[in-house]
Write a protein that binds this ligand. Structure first.
Ligand code: F6R
Length: 261
């Protein structure tokens, strides 16, 4: 795991975009994994700028979302497919086509089958080359909430009450409006991606970040499974990194070594 600690979320997002742009310049037409939520928004803005400057393009790429809410109308602005379309799809954004943006099919009558189909689609595409991740305050990645299997594949999941409260801000501050279930890539699905880029910002993520990087691997903090992945970059701001015991070592490693192949 490579940990980059930055003064602000903005600096960390710029670094994240730089890493993605460089990765795609070396490996064009790679498959990108997409997170939603507020954390990657500055990163996506940077990718749009890079596209406008001619330095980056998703024209020839597939992109797979990490997760999707179940039970929402297809035109709801908070449906993750719609959020990602707004951020990345089109020749005025990053060149990603609507057809190449893949999200779980929540119009399928059986979410378990939709989850199996989504897992199969990721595998059929040859897997994800670079997966962008955020992290929940309770340590979830994708929507893999605490206490689930560390080797899960894409599945139908319930949102923990902490997540319902945290995500109420996208639903008129009313947690009752947040969908109760979702389809999420499983922890094993995420572990199968070749490279992972996780961003975390702010005080509210401090415990999750400490557990992710320095905690014991446990189902209680699902993101800790990433300690077993060979290629993970974690970009954090000072506020979320405040309780890391070994931050000096991480800073030195960040300065002296290459982060991604
Ligand atoms: C969303 C996702 C979640 C979020 C997490 C943090 O696709 O996979 O794991 O990354 O809930 O959300 P924000 O960024 O809104 O704090």
């Amino acid at each position: 795991m490579r940990v980059g600690i930055f003064n602000s979320a903005e600096e960390a997002s710029k670094e994240g975009a730089k890493i993605i742009v460089e990765f795609f310049s070396r490996k064009p037409a790679s498959t990108l994994g997409l997170a939603t939520g507020s954390t990657p928004l500055m990163l996506y803005a940077e990718l749009r700028k890079a596209y406008a400057n001619g330095d980056f393009s998703l024209h020839n790429s597939l992109a797979f979302a990490l997760d999707e809410y179940v039970g929402m109308d297809s035109d709801h602005p908070q449906l993750y497919r719609n959020v990602l379309k707004e951020e990345l799809v089109g020749d005025d954004k990053t060149g990603l086509s609507d057809a190449n943006l893949r999200t779980p099919n929540i119009s399928h009558p059986d979410p378990d089958v939709a989850a199996i189909n989504y897992e199969a689609a990721i595998q059929a595409a040859g897997g994800v080359d670079l997966q962008i991740l955020g992290i929940g305050a309770d340590g979830h990645i994708g929507f893999n909430e605490p206490g689930g299997s560390l080797s899960s594949l894409t599945h139908h999941e319930v949102l923990a009450s902490q997540t319902l409260e945290d995500n109420a801000r996208f639903f008129d501050k009313d947690s009752d409006q947040v969908p109760r279930t979702c389809i999420t890539q499983g922890l094993k699905t995420i572990m199968n991606a070749k490279n992972l880029l996780l961003l975390a910002f702010g005080e509210s993520k401090r415990e999750a970040v400490t557990q992710l990087i320095e905690g014991p691997v446990s189902a209680k903090w699902p993101s800790t499974v990433l300690q077993h992945h060979p290629s993970v970059i974690v970009l954090v701001d000072e506020a979320s990194a405040g309780d890391l015991e070994l931050s000096e070592l991480y800073r030195t490693r960040w300065q002296m070594l290459k982060h991604i192949d």
